[in-house]
Design a protein around this ligand. Structure first.
Ligand code: SIN
Length: 304
């Protein structure tokens, strides 16, 4: 019998497996495929103050070991998420959910987080200062330590629930940004979002994606994510949620050895919608194989 339970800011998860924002909608669609209550939790689609149609198509480019997306934060807006999406979710998911929030100004982040903070289903606010697909806001707040800290402070001032800041890898020094967020009051850090990438169609000789560039994710970025999780976890004293190219129970364990308390799975959901279920079912076997009795004992183990 192994222990897969982990705790994020006082919230105990049955296991560390969390579908990542943007790859799991608002959850209830996946409930048609399997009982999503087996998940640790999940992070819902990046939600903004106002509804967003998203970027022009094509928005997706396939790559040998991953994909590029430029969705552009398509979502129905926070009011509809609260009035329509969360009630639908409540019927099928009975655990605290992670609310992923994006914004185009500090005030917008604070407004959206304050509203979601009041929702009983929301356990953690994941503040996305790392979307590479919008021309202002998004990633621009996550590439500068002071801007990331300002968003953190503004959100913390109007919320009561744990606030995790989701960081972009598209920076030279992710550690300084993570530390600035911690000093500004963040309860945790989530990393990494996608890496900026681009494909060009040889027939048209033009970018594949209408927005030209997008966020690259999938197994190709896993070693980069492990490196950044390791560096950030070493530098901060708050929990880290690790993500980026995770697609197996072995990857979950590697990410935890790097310092993650919980692990998000993104692009792999789009290839195999059952991947999180399969990873959860496989985790005890892989733990036994590597003589791990309790996942809590391995968090940051690679540093010891
Ligand atoms: C998107 O909606 O463009 C993706 C969100 C993100 O990468 O943060």
């Amino acid at each position: 019998m192994v222990n897969t339970k982990v705790t994020l800011s006082g919230i105990t998860l049955d296991n560390p497996v969390i579908p990542a924002s943007g790859t799991f909608g608002y959850g209830y669609e996946f409930a048609e495929l399997y009982d999503i209550n087996i998940l640790g939790t999940f992070s819902f689609k990046g939600t903004t103050k106002d509804p967003r149609f998203g970027n022009p198509t094509p928005r997706i480019a396939e790559c040998p070991a991953g994909m590029i997306n430029s969705v552009g934060l398509q979502n129905p807006g926070v009011d509809k998420v609260i009035s329509e999406e969360l009630p639908k979710l409540a019927k099928v998911f009975h655990k605290p959910v992670i609310a992923n929030v994006s914004g185009f100004s500090i005030e917008e982040y604070a407004h959206t987080c304050a509203l979601l903070d009041k929702e009983p289903q929301v356990g953690i606010l994941e503040v996305n200062v790392s979307c590479p697909n919008v021309h202002h806001g998004g990633m621009s707040f996550g590439t500068d330590p002071e801007a990331a800290a300002a968003v953190t402070r503004a959100v913390k001032a109007v919320t009561t629930k744990p606030v995790y800041i989701k960081l972009t890898p598209n920076v030279t020094d992710i550690v300084s940004i993570a530390k600035a967020c911690e000093e500004a009051g963040a309860d945790g850090i989530a990393l990494i979002n996608t890496m900026m990438g681009m494909r060009i169609d040889l027939k048209t000789k033009k970018p594949v994606i209408a927005n030209k560039m997008g966020g690259f994710s999938g197994s190709a970025i896993f070693p980069v994510a492990v490196r950044m999780v390791y560096q950030v976890a070493e530098a901060v004293n708050i929990p880290v949620i690790g993500m980026g190219g995770v697609s197996s129970a072995e990857d979950v364990i590697e990410m935890m050895l790097a310092g993650a308390t919980a692990v998000e799975i993104g692009a792999a959901n789009l290839v195999n919608p059952y991947i999180c279920k399969e990873i959860i079912e496989d985790l005890p076997r892989v733990m036994e194989k590597y003589n791990i009795k309790d996942l809590n004992e391995i968090i940051g183990g690679a540093r010891k």
